[in-house]
Design a protein around this ligand. Structure first.
Ligand SMILES: C[S@@+](CC[C@H](N)C(=O)[O-])C[C@H]1O[C@@H](n2cnc3c(N)ncnc32)[C@H](O)[C@@H]1O
Length: 227
């Protein structure tokens, strides 16, 4: 996968790139690049945003700035770029990120993520340059960078070979393998702690019974909220 993140703060991604699973993905030939929106702005003094028409607080990311950045990166009109790759604007009101969407995105060969700041994007960016909007939750962050990292984190860990054991990403909360249900509980040593015992079945060595117990726990968790 080749993932590009357009941002005003590319340095935010320096830390992200050094995380183990991201490093693993890069070592496998996948790419994640933070593209600086200021580097290609056609405006003076690195300007990228402007005051909103109609008045009001905050600054709005300009459509000409976004067009210049996308054209410089891909060499095509951003309106046509949408036919070549998924171009996702991170917005608080977009499609909510869930495991199904992460799985869908993990199948893509290339992804473009656009991070807003301040008041957000000029609406024409959303109308003409993007294939979709994605939200990581119904709350408002200061910028799209953390949202982009959340999207990439969950997408990259689904790519084969990125986790130490690929099975870790198959049977987990909300996965198809568990029918969308929460994952079952895990325990490790010590088997007893302050009188809190590990369920006997997990110590039995009986794989079929363990599996049955886990499915049942998962189903129960799906029925009611976790404490
Ligand atoms: C302060 S927010 C803008 C909020 C916008 N004025 C509104 O009320 O919807 C700045 C940027 O942060 C990003 N952002 C904020 N919350 C987000 C969320 N929950 N999911 C994804 N991106 C988010 C978006 O890129 C957004 O353009």
């Amino acid at each position: 996968m080749n993932a590009d993140v357009f941002t005003l703060f590319p340095q935010w991604f320096d830390w992200f790139m050094t995380q183990r699973h991201v490093e693993n993905a890069l070592a496998l030939g996948h790419t994640v690049e933070a593209v600086d929106l200021r580097a290609t702005t056609p405006l003076k003094w690195g300007q990228v945003d402007d005051t909103p028409f109609g008045g009001g607080a905050g600054m709005v990311l300009r459509v000409d700035v976004m067009e210049a950045a996308l054209r410089a990166r891909y060499g095509v009109d951003p309106v046509e770029l949408r036919e070549q790759r998924r171009v996702i604007a991170l917005t608080p009101t977009g499609r909510l990120l869930d495991d199904a969407l992460a799985t869908e995105l993990a199948r893509e060969e290339s992804l473009t993520l656009l991070c807003g700041r301040y008041e957000g994007f000029d609406e024409r960016i959303l109308e003409h340059f993007v294939t979709e909007q994605v939200s990581i939750g119904r709350y408002v962050l200061a910028g799209g960078e953390l949202a982009a990292m959340v999207v990439l984190d969950t997408v990259l860990r689904k790519l084969p070979g990125v986790l130490g054991d690929d099975a870790s990403a198959i049977e987990e909360s909300f996965s198809e393998a568990l029918g969308g249900a929460p994952e079952y509980p895990h325990y490790t040593r010590p088997a007893q702690w302050r009188g809190w015992a590990v369920p006997e079945v997990l110590l039995s060595g009986h794989h079929a019974r363990v599996d049955e117990w886990r499915r049942e726990q998962s189903r129960r968790r799906a029925e009611g909220p976790l404490p």
